[in-house]
Design a protein around this ligand. Sequence first.
Ligand code: CMC
Length: 393
Amino acid sequence: LGYFTYDAGFTSTASCKSRVTYIDGDNGVLLYRGYPIEQLAEKSSFLEVSYLLLHGELPNKAELDQFVSSVTNHTMLNESLKDFFDGFHYNAHPMAMLTGVVGSLSAFYHGELDINDPNNRELTAHRVIAKMPTIAAAAYKHLVGEPFVYPRNDLSYSGNLLNMLFSRPTEKYEVNPVAERALDQLLILHADHEQNASTSTVRLAGSTGTNPFAAIAAGCAALWGPAHGGANEAVLNMLNEIGDVSNVPKFIEKAKDKNDPFRLMGFGHRVYKNFDPRATIIRKTCHEVLEELGVGKDPQLELAMELEDIALQDDYFVERKLYPNVDFYSGIIYRALGIPTEFFTVLFALGRTPGWLAQWMEMVNDPEQRIGRPRQLYTGAAKRDYTPVDQRG
Ligand code: CMC
């Protein structure tokens, strides 16, 4: 077979040393640079958390102002980059557009792709954090067939995003502060999660020395899958499929049936085996948002609560320690904010961007860093001779 340790899915292999994020899955602990996620979600802002992840310390006032000003000044897209969107099919998935367009940023910044220069690394990080919402909003406007809205630098990061998504030339739009804060909090909760699949992908791609725009595009591609960032979209699709509270028991049985591919989306986590601390925070926000935005009793939230209740009492889920994860609730908040389902994973990508960049920077700075190159246990055919096609049975 070979001489390597077999670890399918890397459940027990540390691929790097990292100082960015700490997770204690058994006790539901998540720390960014040592700070508990609960405190950051309550007291900080997404851009402050981005600075923290990138630089390792919370900024002082002057540092924060400078960082916010720099990110704010990079929100515009080159006009010809904006034109890319005209080339996408009218119903292209926004993750397809985001992945393609973020990768293409490397075509616009040739001069600053030398990653050995720390100034280039910092500038690129600011650019990516700044332009992701503009690209995302352009993808959204393409999807809904409305004109592109330029960034507004007088608004906060999340306020500007909401404005680019929802304002139209025909009517006055004002950013709702409840929506702005809820979105900012969701982005904070998604900002990093140590060596998850997309972050590992960014590191693996980045380990070859490729430029950061390309590495972030690789991260977007990995995030898209339903077992990762695509789960928030899958949760809403699942709730639609279940349709009514009376159908919950039937779907619970389907999830338990090993011959049925159906799984409860938004349940289970590779690392958190008791509870996901992000889900605890977001569950509370979810109720507050629905109340404050005046959405009232949302039938999908009721359905979600029923599903959560039943699953948490069922031996199958209890024995396997399958609890609701962050994606279970985030989708419901996005829905309350008026965001279409296929856009949910894009918001996850925006949130995860500073984490990807912080991990990429850490990797580039690590003297022990080598190209990521896993080995395998070969289980294929033994050596054999080629036979011409007319001699094969
Ligand atoms: N519904 C039903 N059964 C499940 C589920 C589920 N959601 N998740 C795991 N199981 C079962 C699985 O069948 C297995 O059972 P058995 O031991 O009898 O074979 C057992 O629980 C262990 O599952 P696993 O697939 O070995 O666990 P994993 O660590 O490889 O997978 C996971 C973790 C998150 C991919 C998985 O739980 C899952 O597919 N969940 C649904 C998708 C989802 O919500 N993903 C978002 C993850 S959180 C956000 C993020 O980080 O992206």
